[in-house]
Design a protein around this ligand. Structure first.
Ligand code: SAH
Length: 342
């Protein structure tokens, strides 16, 4: 059966014509699914009982099941554990900022990229998420919080560019009129650097922000932390970032997770500054969330501040990621990991 929540309005219109229904029904159904966030055909009160039964027979309408919510006492960040229809489990995060609520979604159940400091990858990739399953993380959280979601970051478990078609469909549904209609500018996609897919994304000419997980100032060091660097080397990845900026005019964000004693030395900061040269970009430093299984930990505060200062002196725009939700297994894949272990 076709997954009705993954269909665009145009596709839904074509479907209605196919089953001999009036085209305008598609708009009504779309609004129930993506604006009113209905979870059952029976909620669609402006459709006849007949049509609702027809829809139930022809299409699949599935929602995520909320298993667990943990809310940080430190900063109000909430972490959600959801069960998918097939029993897989994923996690999402709600962060509250002064400008609005931001939701961090997973794009895959598990991940196959193998980054050394990341908990999402410890059990490998279970499967890709459908567009509707990425979307429903936002919908469920908006309903739970009873507050509008302002922005979405695809920075949860999984590598979004390893699930490209579902990712693009998700972005279209999330930002389209007639749904939540979130501005493309408020959507960020983070990648470990799958070069051909970065070019493809640039060519879509969307207004979303691309974030690259850089994490090291040299190919050699990057390879120690990220196996993907073997396939796509640093100079190629940076070329793809430059291309993204040229094509879209959107400044790229570089994420740099600081791992104590590995990539946090003053020389690393200087090498990073010269690597990025005069590129128009933004650097986001993330003191690594300790992952016990990996035996890695973040540097002390003073080292982080010093790292930032070196970059700033060379004219870079730098922020330190607020370490939200540390008390609630905040880092990628940690809550899911705890759950699977039980
Ligand atoms: N696969 C994508 C998106 C998911 S990870 C990517 O690699 O970008 C989102 C970000 O969190 C990435 O920059 C990732 O490297 C980082 N990350 C993963 N585990 C972390 C940890 N334990 N501490 C800090 N950052 C982590």
């Amino acid at each position: 059966m076709m997954d009705i929540k993954s269909l665009t309005l145009a596709e839904l219109q074509a479907e209605m014509e196919k089953i001999g229904e009036k085209k305008f029904r598609a708009g009504q159904i779309y609004s129930w699914l993506h604006e009113k966030l209905a979870e059952d055909f029976d909620e669609m009160s402006n459709l006849s009982k007949n049509l609702r039964e027809r829809l139930r027979a022809e299409y699949e309408l599935v929602s995520l099941e909320l298993l667990e919510v943990q809310t940080s006492k430190q900063d109000g960040t909430s972490k959600f554990l959801f069960r998918l229809f097939d029993g897989n489990v994923i996690e999402s995060v709600l962060m509250r900022y002064h400008y609005g609520n931001s939701v961090c979604v997973s794009s895959q159940a598990g991940c196959r990229m193998g980054c050394r400091f990341c908990a999402s990858t410890l059990g490998g990739l279970s499967r890709n998420l459908r567009a509707s399953e990425i979307l429903d993380q936002v919908y469920q959280i908006q309903k739970w919080s009873k507050e509008r979601v302002h922005s979405v970051v695809v920075m949860g478990s999984g590598e979004p560019l390893d699930n490209y078609d579902a990712l693009l469909r998700f972005i279209e549904l999330l930002t389209a009129e007639g749904g939540l209609h979130i501005s493309q500018r408020n959507v960020t996609v983070s990648t470990c650097g799958i070069v051909p897919m970065m070019y493809r994304l640039a060519d879509e000419e969307l207004q979303i922000t691309l974030a690259l997980s850089l994490h090291a100032p040299s190919q050699e060091k990057r390879l120690q932390l990220m196996p993907i660097a073997k396939r796509y080397e640093l100079p190629e990845v940076l070329d793809a970032c430059r291309y993204y900026f040229e094509k879209t005019g959107r400044r790229v964000t570089f994420e740099y997770s600081l791992v104590g004693g590995v990539n946090d030395a003053p020389e690393d900061a200087r090498a990073l500054a010269s690597l990025l040269g005069d590129m128009n970009c933004h650097i986001n430093l993330i003191p690594v969330n300790p992952v016990a299984e990996r035996g890695l930990a973040g540097p002390e505060r003073g080292i982080v501040l010093n790292f930032k200062e070196i970059l700033e002196k060379s004219g870079k725009h730098v922020t330190i990621r607020r370490e939200m939700g540390r008390d609630i297994d905040g880092a990628c894949g940690q809550l899911r990991r705890r759950y699977l272990e039980k």
